[in-house]
Design a binder for this molecule. Structure first.
Ligand SMILES: Cc1cc2nc3c(=O)[nH]c(=O)nc-3n(C[C@H](O)[C@H](O)[C@H](O)COP(=O)(O)OP(=O)(O)OC[C@H]3O[C@@H](n4cnc5c(N)ncnc54)[C@H](O)[C@@H]3O)c2cc1C
Length: 457
């Protein structure tokens, strides 16, 4: 039996009650971080289940009634994955239990709605580290991190979220709760369904809980910041760090245009700008002292400025600033289209310069920063989100950027996923047979096409 969109909320409320189905659709549930580029969806109902079992009942109801549903985590995604295109928004914010934390066994099971910050905090309180560190940790949820396979600065040494997931509990069509993997560190029994769910952007199932691997927290950390003349100078410094073979934890860059826009909030005065290299090292106290000295030597060769904060307060201020760069850049025009292309490390300088050239061709201010060690750029075009002509130019600029990524041997997405904003881009970088397999996986998991329709394709 299908339900008309207009009667979805009433029908859902009749089945699940006022406690689970919101009255009306608050605007908050129609957008994510792509609102800064003018993206806003529509939905007929918002459902907030209390448990994995209730999620399964909602999915079963939607499947039975032909209602599309969009899973929603913290709404910090940059690809529009949580922006609904009609139907039901299924928000995981009430699934906030840490089901288990076993410090001596270096593992945790957390429900999908636990924030990234809480996962990291709970681990840290036990002397452990959950290394993935995407930049909106207070708001993003572990379910959203797993669904996007989120990265972050320290992915250079420690890998992305999926590298720390040993099991996934999810609701799959037509409303079944399944568990793949678990509190185990190895599992080759079947096809790797857990890995398929990781990064699936809500299109294959609704993640309700995840088993996470943790590691002992490093004894010490030491970031080193340097400024360099121009992109070429900065990329040479990055290449010296990488080429030296030092096992650094993060290898970040911010181009001069980004530094100029974010400089005011930097923890120390930046009298002159430049291309910024940010290296982080971690380990035992002795290791960190040695690595820090080696990094200082590698970046110091031609640096305009070197700053290596030592106090915990200064180090925290530096990372707070780094987390705020995205917002600082956005302030200038009120909005931005920020992409996440990946290129081979040796093409990074070219991609940084080409980002600026693409912006200039489309008459948009541009800049980029990102995870240099992973060849991952946040190429950004600044826009007034109320100006439709500018938004259209930003979309055209993004198209050129995606073409650039593929031409340089890279990928259209290293962190945010395809979501809505990169619809149709997969065919740029994969042969048709690979795209057909991708589509077949979707059909196998979601034969009626009701799970986050219109995304990741
Ligand atoms: C300031 C800022 C900095 C950021 N820095 C980084 C960074 O360094 N690295 C990085 O990778 N990303 C970064 N991001 C992007 C974003 O934080 C990540 O993509 C994050 O993982 C999204 O999590 P979320 O809970 O907000 O998910 P949402 O935005 O709510 O959803 C993202 C996608 O996952 C799906 N989804 C969410 N929860 C579930 C679930 N339980 N089951 C199934 N599907 C689900 C949604 O349908 C959607 O397709 C940043 C964003 C901001 C605003």
């Amino acid at each position: 039996m299908s339900v008309t969109p207009a009667s979805l909320e009433t029908a859902l409320r009749a089945r699940f009650g006022d406690e689970v189905v919101l009255r009306g659709v608050p605007p908050l549930y129609l957008a994510d971080a792509t609102e800064a580029r003018g993206l806003r969806g529509s939905a007929e109902a918002v459902v907030l289940p209390h448990s994995a079992e209730e999620v399964a009942e909602v999915v079963a109801w939607c499947y039975e009634h032909g209602a599309p549903l969009t899973p929603r985590g913290g709404g910090t995604g940059f690809a529009g994955g949580a922006v609904p295109l009609g139907g039901v928004v299924l928000a995981l914010e009430r699934l906030t239990a840490v089901r288990s934390l076993d410090p001596e066994l270096w593992r945790m099971e957390a429900e999908a709605g636990v924030t990234t910050l809480d996962v990291r905090r709970r681990a840290r309180e036990s002397g452990l580290l959950f290394p993935p560190d995407p930049g909106a940790a207070e708001q993003s949820q572990i379910g959203g991190n797993v669904a996007t396979n989120a990265g972050g600065p320290h992915a250079f040494k420690y890998g992305v979220t999926g590298d720390w997931v040993t099991g996934v509990e999810a609701v799959v069509a037509p409303g079944e709760l399944v568990r793949v993997g678990g509190a185990i560190r190895k599992d080759v029994a079947g096809y790797d369904l857990a890995s398929l769910l990781v990064g699936s952007e809500g299109t294959l199932g609704v993640i309700t809980s995840v088993w996470l691997r943790l590691m002992p927290a490093p004894e010490a950390v030491a970031p080193v910041v340097s400024l360099h003349e121009g992109t070429a100078g900065g990329c040479e410094a990055l290449a010296r760090v990488l080429g030296s073979g030092l096992p650094v934890a993060a290898l970040e860059y911010l181009d001069a245009e980004t530094v100029r826009r974010a400089a005011d909030a930097f923890p120390i005065a930046l009298e002159r700008g430049g291309f910024m290299v940010l290296v982080d090292v971690d380990g035992s106290v002795e290791e960190v002292a040695r690595l820090r000295a080696d990094v200082l030597e590698a970046v110091g060769e031609d640096a305009l400025l070197v700053w290596a904060p030592e106090s915990a307060a200064e180090i925290a201020a530096l990372w707070r600033w780094r987390d705020g760069v995205s917002i600082a850049v956005q302030v200038e025009r009120g909005g931005k289209a920020s992409e996440d292309i990946v290129v081979p490390f040796d093409r990074l300088g070219e991609a940084i310069e080409e980002t600026l050239a693409i912006g200039a061709r489309h008459d948009l201010p541009a800049c980029s920063w990102g995870h240099a060690g992973d060849g991952n750029l946040h190429s950004t075009f600044l826009v007034d989100p109320t100006n439709t002509a500018e938004l259209a130019r930003a979309e055209a600029a993004a198209e050129e950027l995606f073409a650039l990524a593929v031409r340089l041997g890279g990928s259209v997405s290293g962190e945010h996923g395809l979501g809505l904003v990169k619809g149709g881009q997969l065919g740029r970088q994969w042969e048709p047979a690979a795209v057909a397999l991708h589509d077949a996986v979707k059909t196998a998991f979601d034969p009626a096409g009701l799970l986050n329709p219109g995304k990741k394709r």
